[in-house]
Every structure is written in structure tokens, then in C-alpha cells.
Design a protein around this ligand. Structure first.
Ligand code: NAI
Length: 306
């Protein structure tokens, strides 16, 4: 089709590309002409073991389709090695899909240091390490597209996932700042919050949902966000079953307690701070908040005293 979004001569690193969502991204970018680094450590759902076969299988699938791919078996914690694999095979890096992930679900009271550290190392540490290793190259070539994979658990919280939801929420903070820092060099960074059938969700979602929520229905958003024609940056998208929607911060009208604000006043007026009706707004930067506060204080000063 004439409007097909192609990735010819683009080099795409997909982490955790051996199964689930990552495999689906890798196959689709390859169908569209991209050269793919299929990264996967081949671990279990809780991050145990390792197997080169997982990445190799996807590379084989891509080659059978007539596409171009190499395997990389390093943990995402070692981003420089993954970048080296891309440079050695293809000479550049255009797109990074930070997708690899594991779970260590346990209620917070029972969570060990290791449960916490491992999740931070893979999700946050992995995205940091790989993106950092590619960042200067993307800046120099004035092109980069990066996807960070968050989760409903990250943006809403979820029982038994204090480690995972912290890391997943953190990934959007990473997106927000990199989007700002990458802006002038045409590096676009977005977060997705997917829902899809995979080994991660096969025992959580109902069979009816699993049938509808195929990884293939998540892939098109990631393809579009990573295409050179897409300038979107710094957003978060929920994506599932073909549904896509962005989300943002909404601020309540708030209460202003003046220079002598007291805890007792806040108690009395608590509903005002928490009520989303009336003059809500949608701040996008820290400076929006400071401007708003200054505006309220100035308006109060200017109000005639009775
Ligand atoms: P999956 O378990 O099918 O695939 C994850 C892949 O990452 C596996 O092949 C695994 O070997 C690989 N991996 C794990 N640790 C690695 C490491 N240190 N280095 C390299 N590779 C590593 O999971 P799925 O469902 O495809 O998830 C992909 C991403 O989407 C994950 O970040 C997950 O947290 C996130 N996610 C998935 C949701 C879903 O509904 N499937 C919901 C919300 C978020």
C-alpha cells in the first residue's frame, strides 16, 4: 500500500524480543524493512535461567520472512553490549524498544531486597543502560525513536507489585525528561501501557480477554510512534486490543490557605483540594505549577481588603 510506514535502513533494537510483545514488534518492524537486533536473555517469567534459543527462534522467523535480524543474548542491564551488537551488525541505531521485563510479585511485607533490586535492575536499569549507550549516537545523527514500556500496575498501582509498579511508574518519568532533552535533536520518546496476552498475563486474564488482547493489536501504535513521520514525544498511551488513548495529569482547582495556612484550615477545606469539578487544569511542566501559585498569590494580594 502506498501509505505503508516503512523502516528501510532503520536499525531497531527490541529488548525481550524472544516472546510476547517483543517478538510481535520485532516481526512487524522486520516486515516493514527494518534491521532488527533481537535481544533476549531467555529467562523465566521471574527472571531465572537463560537461553539463547529464545532470541534465535525469532531471528529464524524473521529470516524466513525474508527480513534481516541478528540475535543478542545479553541482559538489558548491559546496554553497551547490545548497542555494540547493533553497531557491529548494522552500523547504526535508530529505534529502541525498551520492552524486556520480569515479575517478582509478592506483598510488600514479604518483599525481599532481592525482589526489589532485580525488578529495578531489569526494568529501570535496563532502560537506562541501553538508552544511555545509544543516546549520543542518536543525538549526532539527529534521529531517534524510543519506547518505554510501563504498565497499568505502574500508573494505577497493584497489590503485590510495589517493586514492579515503582519501576514502571519510573519509566514514564524517564520518558518525560528524555523527551525534553531529545527534542531539539529529533529524538522522540513515549511510554506505552499495554495489555496483551503473553506468558505474563496468561494466568491473570480470562480466556475471552486473552483471545481479544493479542500482542498484534498493540504493535501498530509502537510502529507509528517509531516512524520518522511521527513527531509525538513525551506522551503516555494505554494500548490494548486495538484501543489507544493518551493520558495526562489533571489538577483540581485546589485550595489557597494564604500565608498563614494552618493544618486545621486544610482539614476544614479538605474537599476543595480533592475535588475535580470547576476550574481544573492540565499542567505539563513544573513551571506551570509555579506560575499558577504565583498567580493565585498575586490575585489575593490585589484583592481589596474588607
Ligand atoms: P514476556 O514474558 O512474554 O516477554 C518478556 C521477555 O523479556 C522474555 O522473552 C524474557 O526472556 C525477556 N527478558 C526478561 N528479562 C530480560 C533481561 N534482563 N534482558 C533481556 N531480556 C529479558 O512478557 P510480555 O507480556 O511480552 O511483556 C513485555 C513488556 O510489557 C514487559 O516489560 C512487561 O512488564 C510489559 N507489560 C506487559 C503487559 C501485558 O499485558 N503483557 C502489561 C503491562 C506491561
Amino acid at each position: 500500500m502506498a501509505d505503508t510506514l516503512r523502516f528501510d535502513n532503520r536499525v531497531i533494537i527490541v529488548t525481550g524480543a524472544g516472546s510476547g510483545l517483543g517478538r510481535a514488534y520485532a516481526l512487524e518492524f522486520a516486515r516493514r524493512g527494518g534491521k532488527i537486533v533481537v535481544n533476549d536473555l531467555g529467562v523465566s517469567r521471574v527472571g531465572e535461567g537463560s537461553s539463547a534459543r529464545v532470541a534465535d527462534n525469532v531471528v529464524d522467523e524473521i529470516r524466513k520472512l525474508g527480513g534481516t535480524a541478528v540475535a543478542n543474548y545479553d541482559s538489558v542491564e548491559f546496554g553497551e553490549k547490545i548497542v555494540k551488537a547493533a553497531i557491529d551488525a548494522f552500523g547504526r541505531i535508530d529505534v529502541i524498544i525498551n520492552n524486556a521485563g520480569i515479575l517478582r510479585d509478592v506483598s510488600f511485607g514479604k518483599m525481599t531486597d532481592n525482589d526489589w533490586d532485580l525488578i529495578m535492575r531489569v526494568h529501570l536499569g535496563g532502560a537506562f543502560s541501553l538508552t544511555k549507550a545509544a543516546w549520543l549516537k542518536m543525538r549526532e545523527q539527529k534521529f531517534g525513536r524510543i519506547i518505554n514500556t510501563s504498565s497499568g500496575s505502574g500508573i494505577y498501582g497493584n497489590f503485590g507489585q510495589a517493586n514492579y509498579s515503582t519501576a514502571k511508574y519510573g519509566l514514564h518519568g524517564f520518558t518525560l525528561t528524555l523527551a525534553k532533552e531529545g527534542e531539539k535533536n529529533n529524538i522522540r520518546v513515549n511510554t506505552i501501557v499495554p495489555n496483551a496476552a503473553s506468558r505474563m498475563t496468561e494466568d491473570i486474564l480470562t480466556p475471552d480477554l486473552l483471545r481479544l488482547l493479542t500482542p498484534e493489536r498493540v504493535v501498530p501504535l509502537v510502529v507509528y510512534l517509531c516512524h520518522e513521520s511521527c513527531q509525538q514525544t513525551g506522551n503516555l498511551y494505554e494500548v490494548a486490543g486495538g484501543f489507544i488513548a493518551t493520558m495526562r495529569w489533571q489538577r483540581s482547582p485546589g485550595l489557597y490557605g494564604g500565608e498563614n495556612i494552618r493544618a486545621e484550615d486544610i482539614k476544614r477545606r479538605w474537599a476543595e483540594a480533592n475535588n475535580y469539578t470547576g476550574n481544573v487544569d492540565y499542567p505539563q511542566a513544573h513551571t506551570d505549577t509555579l506560575q499558577k501559585v504565583m498567580g493565585i498569590i498575586e490575585a489575593e494580594k490585589a484583592r481589596p481588603k474588607l
